[in-house]
Design a protein around this ligand. Structure first.
Ligand code: PAF
Length: 295
């Protein structure tokens, strides 16, 4: 599908829209022609995890749109908004290589115009794990759901792709889509890992060598937890994981087992998928990881 953009002329050859109006007019013809549209929302600093989402979108949809926007409203005070890694040229080149049809990379004012006062908030699911008021707080997810709702309205995708590494984000967005009747299917793709097991994340760039090595304990702990949950019990699994992290001297924000959809705490493997999730700050980088256990 070729898209029509008046200013598509980024050096990489990828179509680039900075304004909602450009994005909409570029997609009008595709939509009128009944093409399926896949959206991969990103904050840039692309890694293989993002590329796996782009590949899935490319394989399944006729038009692939990638958004590239470091969303200020999902960063709390004192978080890493200012130092979040940004390299637009590299991201556009990778998007072009991955066969993206259109990148939407708006400036902040295009998304949050003066006097912006409307937010989308999913209750309950956003108040646990990363949203626990004693930790990051639900404000992070309010920022995510607000910007993703805006992207859904602007792009009107048939399918939107997210990484399972942000398992809570996926659960929250699925809830938002159901509750607000967005006509979009959410696809969540498996976590992509470095050869030593560390889950890929743009924040891994913050890790100094020693901390990078210590951070591998997160995936080791999750593997140990999943093994012992299957062989013994969920409680034994969580204990095994926590022991692994203690041995690596990692202070976790949480290491917990939860129902994968409702995020309610669970202590036994029954008929529903269970998420074992961890968050920890290592060398100034806040890292998350998880494993899904299917009964
Ligand atoms: O997962 C992310 O990178 C962000 O939370 C998202 C979904 C692009 C919204 O800013």
């Amino acid at each position: 599908m070729s898209l029509l953009l008046t200013d598509s002329s980024h050096a990489t050859g990828v179509n680039l829209a900075r304004a909602k109006s450009e994005l909409r007019s570029a997609l009008t013809e595709a939509r009128a022609g009944g093409c399926s549209i896949g959206l991969v929302p990103t904050m840039g600093s692309l890694h293989d995890g993002h590329l796996s989402l782009l590949r899935a979108a490319r394989a399944e949809c006729e038009v692939v749109v990638m958004s590239l926007f470091v969303n200020p409203t999902q960063f709390g005070p004192g978080e890493d908004l200012d130092r979040y890694p940004r390299d637009e040229e590299r991201d556009l080149a990778l998007a072009a290589e991955a066969g993206v049809d259109l990148v939407y990379a708006p400036p902040v004012e295009e998304v949050y115009s003066e006097g912006f006062a409307t937010h989308v908030e999913v209750e309950g699911l956003t108040e646990v794990l990363c949203g626990d008021p004693a930790r990051r707080g639900p404000g992070h997810f309010r920022g995510v759901t607000t910007v993703v709702a805006k992207l859904f309205n602007t792009v009107q995708p048939d399918v939107a792709y997210f990484g399972q590494k942000d398992a809570q984000q996926v659960a929250v967005l699925r809830r938002m889509v159901r509750d607000l009747d967005f006509p979009v299917r959410i696809e969540s793709l498996p976590i992509v890992r470095e050869p030593d097991g560390l889950a890929m994340s743009s924040r891994n760039a913050y890790l100094a060598a020693g901390d990078r090595e210590r951070a591998t304990a997160l995936s080791r702990a999750l593997r140990a937890a999943a093994r012992s949950a299957r062989e013994e019990s969920l409680a034994a699994g969580v204990e095994a994981g926590r022991r692994e992290l203690e041995a690596a001297e990692i202070d976790t924000e949480y290491f917990e087992s939860r129902d994968a959809e409702s995020l309610e705490p669970v202590t036994e493997l029954e008929s529903r998928p269970v998420l074992i999730a961890v968050a920890a700050e290592i060398g100034g980088a806040r890292l998350i990881d998880n494993v899904l256990i299917w009964p």
